[in-house]
Design a protein around this ligand. Structure first.
Ligand code: PEP
Length: 261
């Protein structure tokens, strides 16, 4: 099973800051360390910058000579046409994106992305050979009302039902991101995360007919170099999706170092 460290830079980092990020990683010592980690083909290190920086980050990743990959934080629900300001899955593929994040809670809540839109985005991304990082997770209120599992089940059923089971394991990565833990500094405890990840494996089998043992499920929500190890020790956690802590190159490297063996 592969493990993943995925940095979601959100609407952060300008060109100068991106160059600084990679200059740090491009020093002899850090480059060697990254190469040592990523020599293991079961370890993946991905970054999602803003759309306009994808090409630049792709080249900077290549300059490190390690298998680091770039992707997008979003993509359009439409394939092409008169959708001013949108970015298509095809254009993302063309510029070198390896993956696209779909269903991040900020997009669900701020941009009103619903189940159907997310289903369409997933289908389009897959049709252009982009891997999909599909985010799911409950709000604090839903957790307090003991509805966390049913909310996640609905999110999965509504946007993943009908998906080609034969490509699920290789093309789709799930990211469980409790909304109350994103950008708040308040992460789920390793036990809370493990409990939900186990429930998600159950939903994969029972609702979607997918072999749960083949699916990668990441945790996201205030992951940092200090709390990653305990999260990664959990049986059903195959990596992390990280916002804030992925912006600093030294922290990003530490996250990669904490990847499961
Ligand atoms: C995220 O944006 O997906 C995220 C988990 O953010 P943070 O790590 O900052 O909580």
């Amino acid at each position: 099973m592969k493990t993943y460290i995925i940095g979601n830079w959100k609407m952060n980092h300008n060109i100068g800051e991106i160059n600084n990020f990679f200059s740090f990683l491009n020093t002899e010592e850090q480059k060697k360390e990254l190469a040592r980690i990523l020599r293991d083909e079961n370890k993946e290190a991905w970054i999602a910058p803003q759309y306009i920086h994808i090409g630049m980050v792709k080249d900077l990743c290549a300059s490190l000579n390690v298998n680091m990959r770039v992707g997008s934080q979003n993509s359009s629900t439409h394939e092409k046409g008169a959708f001013t300001g949108e970015v298509s899955a095809k254009a993302l593929k063309d510029i070198g994106a390896h993956f696209v994040i779909v269903g991040h809670s900020e997009r669900r809540s701020m941009f009103k992305e619903d189940y159907k839109m997310l289903k369409d985005k997933i289908a389009l991304a897959l049709s252009f050979n982009l891997k999909v990082v599909f985010c799911i997770g409950e709000t604090l209120q839903e957790r307090e009302e003991k509805r966390a599992v049913s909310v996640v089940r609905t999110q999965m059923e509504e946007s993943l039902k009908g998906i080609d089971k034969s490509v699920f394991a290789s093309e789709i990565i799930l990211a469980y991101e409790p909304v109350w833990a994103i950008g708040t500094g308040k992460n789920a405890t390793p036990d809370e995360a493990q409990e939900m990840h186990a429930a998600i494996r159950g939903i994969l089998t029972n609702s979607l007919g997918i072999d749960p043992e083949t699916a990668a499920i990441l945790y996201g929500g205030s992951v940092s170099p200090t709390n990653i190890s305990d999260l990664m020790k959990q049986k059903d956690i195959n990596g992390v999706l990280v916002g804030g802590a992925s912006l600093k190159p030294d922290d990003y490297l530490k996250l990669c170092q904490a990847q499961k063996r």
